[in-house]
Design a protein around this ligand. Sequence first.
Ligand code: THU
Length: 130
Amino acid sequence: MELRQKALSVRENAHAPYSNFRVGAALRTPDGHIFTGCNVENVAYPEGTCAEAGAIAAMVAAGEREIVEVYVIADSPDPVPPCGGCRQKLAEFAGADVPVTLATTQGTERRTTVGNLLPGAFGPGHMDRA
Ligand code: THU
């Protein structure tokens, strides 16, 4: 519930004048700290950043590097799955079993995991012969 409230709250700060689609994300770390992020769009569209990326950046800036729970919320008909790039970003700091809740502002929730979102993930082991 706490993650949901923080994600909902940070979503209010989203800068989404181009898509009008505001997203909030909240991450919990092993220490119990919560970091949040919202999408920040740009007139040069590809320069925009996702809510998940903002939350991850806040976590790393605070000196933490492990995620144990993720919550993402948007005002969409169905819970919005993270984009491909954010799945890879989450996998950098979260194990495959880490729970991810995707939610709508209306109250629908879908529970999944980082591993389910990114099967066959590229990881450090794939560079062993480099
Ligand atoms: N977006 C996120 O922030 N997170 C997601 O999981 C899906 C998409 C943002 C990016 C863009 O600002 C807007 O939603 C529309 O794609």
